[in-house]
Every structure is written in structure tokens, then in C-alpha cells.
Design a protein around this ligand. Structure first.
Ligand SMILES: NC(=O)c1ccc[n+]([C@@H]2O[C@H](COP(=O)([O-])OP(=O)(O)OC[C@H]3O[C@@H](n4cnc5c(N)ncnc54)[C@H](O)[C@@H]3O)[C@@H](O)[C@H]2O)c1
Length: 276
């Protein structure tokens, strides 16, 4: 599948991975609607990309609005070739500190937001005889460590949704890809911290000198994975070892996770002491 002349919609495109996906899509010759709950941020992504990008405010928790955004692309262009369900939020910190509102918010954005995108785009793609759905999951959808428990729950749901849908979508010529990155250099690394959680230290696994993977590189990798009709994209490549370890030795992985959370709690306690 080449991207020239294809029509794409990206959610959460005002920042990070979504913005990088918009840049990569336009560079590859696609037309893209850059959407975000933050309409100004969507505009900041779209405006440097020229005529082939347009911006729209879209809250993925609003099913009717997601349907309307998909319908708008189809009404204007006749089809929607690529749907990127990318918008996401994170909460970091011990689970007992999360309010029910926070649990519900992450379910609404990270799970229902993707369901709304699938529900709006997939039947349309079946009717038009093809398309591709790309869901931004995470390595947190393939492995499970605490202090981002609510996030892990949502990303496991997205991996399951993507793989299962893929198996029934193939007969309709619709591809489904779950993108499973480890730490990517975006503002998300510093968001959603509760009770002294240090997202950057957590997601980079304590190695603060280690650089996170660039979002633009992930976006280019994602388009290649779409072209090759891959089921899962794990990046950086070094994360494959962790994924394999989780599958082959789940008991050892659990013990490693318990040690990791203990080291994170010590790091958070030290940081609290230093700020007092
Ligand atoms: N950065 C990482 O390390 C990393 C790793 C794995 C997976 N991810 C996933 O990548 C996706 C993009 O995250 P990012 O790192 O670019 O983060 P980001 O915070 O830079 O961007 C997320 C964007 O989503 C938007 N958004 C939030 N709630 C929304 C809603 N209800 N409707 C529409 N837009 C909404 C935000 O305004 C923001 O522009 C997320 O699903 C995230 O879970 C990120």
C-alpha cells in the first residue's frame, strides 16, 4: 500500500506521536485530518503541513463526534483509508491514590476512544472494500508492571481488540495494527503523575541518561508496518527482549516487576526528601 492520495484521520494529533504521524503521512503523500481535544494544538500540527493537512477539534470520548469526523472525511473525499486511534492519557502512581473519576477517565479516552474510532471507521472500510486501522497501544499492552496499572489495563484492552479485530477484518481487506512502543520522547512522559511518580524515570526504567525513542522515527516505522500489514509494532527494537522475556518467563517477569516498583518507590521517596 502506497500512501499517495490516501485519506487519513489521526486522533490525539496535537502533540507527540499523533503529530509525528501527521507529518509522516503528509511526507508519504497522504491527506490527513489532524484532530485533538485541544483544537489549537491540532491546528499547530496541521498548519506547517500545507494543503494536504487540515485540523479539527475532536474529543474521542464523544462517540457521535468521532462518527461525524469520519463521515466528514468520507463526504468530502469519498473514502477513509487510514484511521489512527492514537489519543491517550496516562496516570502514574500507586493505584490506591487513583480516584474513581481517574479510572473512568482513562477507560473513556484509552479504551472507549479507540472503540469509537473503530465503530465509526471499520464498517465504512468494509463497505468501501478496504482500509487500515492503526491503534496506538503500548509495551504496557504486552507486559504488566505496577504504578501505571490503569494504563496497563487499557493498553492490554487495545492489543486484544486489535489482534482479534484483525483476524476478522482480513477477509474484508481491512488491516489492523497495534503500535506498541516503549518510552517515546513526547510530553506524555511528564504527564499524569500522582503522589511523586516520576514518569520520565519510570518509562526510561531508571536510566535517565538513556534517550527515549524519537516520535518521528516511530511514525515512519508505523507507516512501514502498515505497508507490510504487520499485526504488532514493538519499538525500540530493544523492547523485543523484554516482550519475549514476559512471554517465556512470566513468573520471573513478575518478580522483576516487583523489584522495579520497589526501586521506583525508593526513587520517589528520595525525590520527596530532596524537595522538602
Ligand atoms: N510517549 C510514550 O512513551 C508512549 C509509549 C507508548 C504508547 N504511547 C501512546 O501514544 C499515544 C500518544 O501519546 P503521546 O506520547 O503522543 O502523548 P501526548 O500527551 O504528547 O499526546 C496525546 C494527545 O492526545 C490528546 N488527547 C487527550 N485526551 C484526548 C481526548 N479525549 N480526545 C482527543 N485527544 C485527546 C492530547 O491533547 C494530546 O495532544 C497515547 O495513546 C499513548 O498512550 C505513548
Amino acid at each position: 500500500m502506497g500512501f499517495a492520495g490516501k485519506h487519513a484521520l489521526v486522533t490525539g494529533a496535537g502533540s507527540g506521536i499523533g503529530a509525528a504521524l501527521c507529518r509522516a503521512l503528509v511526507e508519504a503523500g497522504a491527506d490527513v485530518v489532524c484532530t485533538d481535544i485541544d483544537g489549537d494544538a491540532a491546528e499547530r500540527t496541521a498548519s506547517p503541513l500545507g494543503e494536504r493537512a487540515r485540523a479539527a477539534r475532536l474529543d474521542v470520548t464523544d462517540a457521535a463526534a468521532v462518527q461525524a469526523a469520519v463521515d466528514d472525511v468520507v463526504d468530502r473525499t469519498g473514502r477513509l483509508d487510514l484511521m489512527f486511534n492514537n489519543a491517550g492519557i496516562v496516570w502514574g502512581g500507586d493505584s490506591e491514590l487513583l480516584t474513581l473519576d481517574q479510572w473512568n477517565a482513562i477507560i473513556d479516552v484509552n479504551i472507549r476512544g479507540v472503540v469509537h474510532g473503530v465503530n465509526a471507521a471499520y464498517p465504512r472500510m468494509i463497505r468501501q472494500g478496504g482500509g487500515h486501522i492503526v491503534n496506538t497501544a503500548s509495551m504496557a499492552g504486552l507486559t504488566a508492571a505496577g504504578q501505571i496499572t490503569s494504563y496497563v489495563m487499557t493498553k492490554h484492552a487495545i492489543v486484544g481488540l486489535s489482534l482479534a479485530l484483525r483476524s476478522e477484518a482480513a477477509a474484508h481487506g481491512v488491516g489492523v495494527l497495534a503500535v506498541c512502543p516503549s518510552a517515546i520522547e513526547t510530553p506524555l512522559l511528564d504527564k499524569g503523575a500522582i503522589g511523586g511518580f516520576d514518569g520520565r524515570n519510570y518509562f526510561l526504567q531508571g536510566a535517565s541518561a538513556k534517550a527515549a525513542y524519537p516520535a518521528d522515527r516511530l511514525a515512519r516505522d508505523t507507516l512501514k508496518a502498515v505497508e507490510r500489514n504487520k499485526a504488532l509494532l514493538v519499538r525500540p527494537r530493544s523492547a523485543h527482549a523484554q516482550w519475549l522475556f514476559a512471554r517465556l518467563a512470566p513468573g520471573l517477569m513478575q518478580r522483576a516487576s516487583i523489584r522495579f516498583i520497589a526501586s521506583q518507590r525508593s526513587h520517589q521517596a528520595r525525590a520527596r526528601t530532596n524537595t522538602v
